[in-house]
Design a protein around this ligand. Structure first.
Ligand SMILES: Cc1cc2nc3c(=O)[nH]c(=O)nc-3n(C[C@H](O)[C@H](O)[C@H](O)COP(=O)(O)OP(=O)(O)OC[C@H]3O[C@@H](n4cnc5c(N)ncnc54)[C@H](O)[C@@H]3O)c2cc1C
Length: 495
């Protein structure tokens, strides 16, 4: 649909990826006037194909779930993991949550479906329109300046720009991160996760044996790890992730093709999958450095998905974080506009909830990497968080958050206080290792573990990702507030 250049909207969303379109759809369903500006023409290519089951919850809330279910994407029952000398299968139907599967998606099609859905919910969607500049009210502290308008232009017509005024800005511009990189300049990179990814698409490749044919294979190699993701068009997405320095060193003496082929040959499972196939795409290369901005929200603005933070792709958490933060944006704006909470409270709730969810995954990721038992190369040696990446206090807080509900909160808090950062990470690693053991030898471990331990274990993992990771009940409240999704999205104060 062609839309005349709008001069005003209640909520302006920059970017029509999963973060932007989910926030827009949720807000439009709550009655707001929302405009999404997207620089590209959809469908457009994007990496990030393997989704977590938690995504289904967000699709329910945005109303897009029936469309996604009906589309025919590859169903994902879980993952096959080969990690050093360990090997296990993770089936989502073993988790205690509501969802026993997820999807592997061709992102160009998935993202278009979500953006079209937002439009069908009443969002004004403008494609091939780029945000060039954001205008702010004055304030001494840069993060406290309130944005009020954006200068925008149709792609290729930069000279005919115009201004759109708004009450709220949702920056969902992905890794471009307009607010963080151009205005706040507050994006901080984690040294521990500075990777380069190289990937391509294979036709006629094999699949994992039944019942894992729709699963992601994640396997370690001496210099990093490989993903293999089956897609519904029959192609297999196969990517290699390695440390930026290894990549640079190898690429200085090897062609990209050779580097990629050599890495794939290092794992038997992946070699077996691609053996009958042929690569039908160019190789794509992207750096995937992990980062977070020092603040995610401020007066009248929220940063969603990759615009706020990015986590190493090992755990396939990108779309989950984008939709989670989209939902947090929708509840925060809704609650503030209805007068249920003040604008400051809403902003603080968003900031704190999104950062907690991100931190939990960051700590979990570190613990997961820690499980690898052959730490000979730069990739594996670099995987320890330093104080520069995340201050010790934040690590301890993430740990306390994860453990509360599993164990008595007071004991955990005091325990975490006494522990050093390394001990906290070691304790996390122990939990992760325990879970992996259960998955590797289910029969033996089931006999050893009583049901309380199993429940605690499941609860721990439920809190790493999924809706357990955010405040949805008075017990989980953050600063006295928790999320309600029915009958309407919003924030409720603990009475
Ligand atoms: C190698 C690699 C592998 C990954 N694998 C996975 C995976 O398996 N699973 C997973 O969940 N995640 C994965 N991710 C992460 C995932 O790709 C992202 O986290 C996810 O796409 C974030 O969604 P988003 O909506 O925040 O941003 P995006 O999807 O990037 O959308 C941002 C949109 O903003 C638009 N935009 C930018 N600037 C402007 C502007 N000035 N004006 C207008 N529009 C603008 C862009 O065109 C874009 O469409 C991976 C990432 C990498 C690098």
């Amino acid at each position: 649909m062609t839309i005349a250049n709008p001069q005003r909207t209640q909520i302006l969303v920059i970017g029509g990826g999963p973060g932007g379109s989910t926030a827009a759809a949720m807000l439009a369903r709550e009655g707001f006037d929302v405009t999404v500006l997207e620089r590209d023409a959809f469908p457009r290519y994007h990496i990030g194909e393997s989704l977590l089951p938690s995504v289904l919850d967000f699709l329910d809330l945005s109303g897009a779930r029936p469309k996604v279910e009906a589309y025919g994407f590859q169903r994902k029952p879980g993952g096959h993991i080969e990690w050093g000398s360990n090997q296990w299968d993770l089936y989502f139907n073993e988790l205690t949550g509501n969802h026993t599967y997820s999807f592997q998606v061709i992102r160009s099609e998935f993202d278009k479906l979500l953006l079209d859905h937002a439009e069908s919910e009443g969002v004004k969607v403008m494609q091939c329109v780029e945000v060039q500049k954001i205008h702010f009210h004055d304030a001494a502290e840069i993060s406290q300046r309130r944005p009020y308008a954006a200068t925008v232009a149709r792609v290729g017509e930069a000279a005919q720009s115009w201004d759109i005024h708004f009450d709220y800005l949702v920056d969902a511009s992905g890794r471009a991160g307009i607010m963080a990189t151009r205005y706040l300049r507050n994006r901080e990179y984690h040294d521990a996760f500075k990777n380069v990814a190289v990937w391509g698409y294979w036709a006629d490749a094999g699949r994992l044996p039944h019942p894992k044919e729709g699963a992601i294979a994640t396997v370690s190699i001496p210099n990093g790890w490989i993903w293999a993701i089956p897609l519904h068009d029959g192609l297999l997405s196969v990517g290699v992730v390695m440390h930026k320095d290894s990549f640079k060193e190898k690429n200085s003496r090897q062609e990209l093709e050779e580097l990629y082929a050599e890495a794939l040959a290092e794992n038997e499972t992946v070699s077996g999958l691609i053996a009958p196939g042929r690569r039908v795409s160019e190789l794509k290369v992207e750096t995937d450095y992990s980062y977070a901005s020092t603040n995610f929200a401020g007066p009248g603005y929220f940063m969603v998905g990759d615009a706020a933070c990015f986590l190493d792709p090992l755990l396939s958490t990108g779309v989950h974080l984008a939709m989670l933060s989209a939902m947090l944006t929708a509840v925060s704006i809704t609650a503030a506009e209805r007068g249920d909470v003040s604008h400051t409270e809403a902003t603080e709730f968003f900031e704190s909830s999104y950062r907690t969810a991100y931190m939990r995954l960051l700590v979990f990721l570190t613990a997961f990497y820690h499980q690898y038992d052959g730490k000979e190369s730069i990739f594996w040696m670099a995987r320890r968080l330093s104080n520069h990446d995340v201050p010790e206090t934040k690590i301890k807080l993430a740990f306390t958050n994860l453990m509360s509900g599993v164990e008595d909160l007071r004991d955990v808090r005091e325990g975490a206080e006494l522990m050093t950062r390394d001990l906290v990470l070691d304790e996390m690693s122990r939990r992760v290792a325990e879970n992996l053991k259960i998955r590797q030898d289910k029969a033996a471990m089931t006999a050893v573990y009583d049901s309380r331990m199993k429940e605690a274990n499941a609860s721990f993992f439920g809190k790493v990702e999924g809706l357990d990771a955010i405040a949805r009940s008075p017990e989980q409240a953050i600063s006295g507030l928790y999320i309600t999704t029915s009958p309407r999205l919003g924030l409720t104060r603990v009475s």
